[in-house]
Design a protein around this ligand. Structure first.
Ligand code: ADP
Length: 159
């Protein structure tokens, strides 16, 4: 069985993430979305809230599961018998960091490889940070996140 991990903060999951999830799920038998549990990033949503939102927006995808992880990504991948790490590339700005990460992971763990999916043009500008920025000014979010996620964001801002 061909298992892949799509790791990230997903704070919160956006339509850009969802696009990568749908495409990656078609290429693998099992796609695990690994939600990074890293308090130093000071996320807006708790890990449980982030997992809940991803589960809701991926409920139609039978081969996708969601869980949190801490520590090294390659250790998590090894534990789950995943040979592939999936990452999304938006613009050239992502490239340097993503390449460094992929090469580091391959040095530590040569049997696990990283594949990159390029973003759909519609979402090339989109990030969780931009969504939070717009939300903080109570701007419309329907082009950026699923309705369920929008509702959760509004609740955080008490609106
Ligand atoms: P991280 O904190 O690991 O960067 P993110 O949740 O920001 O976590 O992103 C997880 C992955 O999804 C990364 O590979 C990132 O490049 C990718 N990604 C984020 N937004 C988009 C988007 N709009 N289109 C495609 N890929 C994206």
């Amino acid at each position: 069985m061909n298992t892949a991990i799509y790791p990230g903060s997903f704070d919160p999951v956006t339509l850009g993430h969802q696009d990568i999830i749908c495409r990656a799920a078609k290429m693998t038998d099992h796609l695990i979305i690994g939600v990074l549990n890293n308090s130093s990033k000071r996320p807006l949503f708790t890990v449980e809230e982030r997992i809940d939102m991803i589960r809701e927006v991926t409920k139609e995808l039978p081969n996708v599961s969601v869980e949190s992880f801490g520590g090294l990504l390659v250790d998590f991948a090894r534990e789950r018998n995943a040979g592939i790490i999936v990452r999304g590339l938006r613009a050239i700005a992502d490239f340097e960091y993503e390449l460094q990460l992929a090469q580091t992971n391959r040095t530590i763990c040569p049997e696990i490889d990283t594949i990159f999916l390029s973003t759909s043009l519609d979402y090339s500008f989109l990030s969780s940070s931009i969504v939070k920025e717009i939300a903080s000014y109570h701007g419309a979010l329907d082009q950026f996140v699923a309705p369920y996620v929008e509702e959760k964001i509004r609740k955080k801002w008490g609106k």
